[in-house]
Unconditional design. Sequence first.
Length: 312
Amino acid sequence: MTKLAVVALGGNALLRSGQKGTYAEQLHNVQDTCNALMQLISQNYNLVIGHGNGPQVGNVLLQHDAGHKTYGLEVMPMDFCVAETQGSIGYMIEQTLRNCLAAEHSHRHVITMVTEVVVDRNDERFSNPTKPIGPYYTKEQADAFAAADGSIFREDPKGNGWRKVVASPVPLEIINVDIVKQLAAEGHIVITAGGGGIPVCHDGEKLTGVEAVIDKDLASALTAVTIGADEFYILTDVPKVYVNFRKPDEKALDVITVAEAERYIAEKQFSEGSMLPKVKAALFFVRNGGKECVITDATQLGKPGCGTRIIP
């Protein structure tokens, strides 16, 4: 029986630590990631793919700002910038995966969907930004930017520097998710809710964009639950989930239950803006009917015993 899996790409799937983020670098990383995705495709999975955009959307915002200062161009709002990254990143993934399939003489189709995701305008997370975007800065650089325009910066828990953080409201509804489900059931590979989806709110009968970047793992988890996925994979830049991370008694977790994950969260084992939203996304999926969620590095995808498995 064909299984349906949702895979959320993040970490080194698009941009790796120390890289500048050139097109060539990102395309090379996407190639590696698509090679890993072929492990699932070769096992006859139906596949839906989500992806992050943290570095890219931050860079797009900087490009708009530079265009305004240099040429007087209008600065576009954040939801518009998320849509830009959905198109550019989706293009790279779609084309690369299509080429991988062609090399294996597969005739499966790949489609990228521009996806809006509904959030609550009154979500308290609008007043407590946690989502890191854009490049890393030194403490001195971050302080200077904060003083200049009021941006909020937080230190990266992995010690890479300081990054700007923006509002990240909880995703409530994936627009056009029924079409995603239909396409996946027909065997098509769907790239959707890129960058967590374009954040929108209901205004009566209308949808209106809002300034935010939704967490892509939570958006992908909501997609997985809504379409009835059997499995959910969250790809990051570490092979497993750890407790006591970066401490002498650091420990990798192979299999944990929902109750164990909740206990680790209560102990503050996972950092906001890093592993915490991934574990919360895994819990959302498993609590709502999912069989298991696997958090792992892209290079381990499809291998027996890969990553950390979160089970009921």
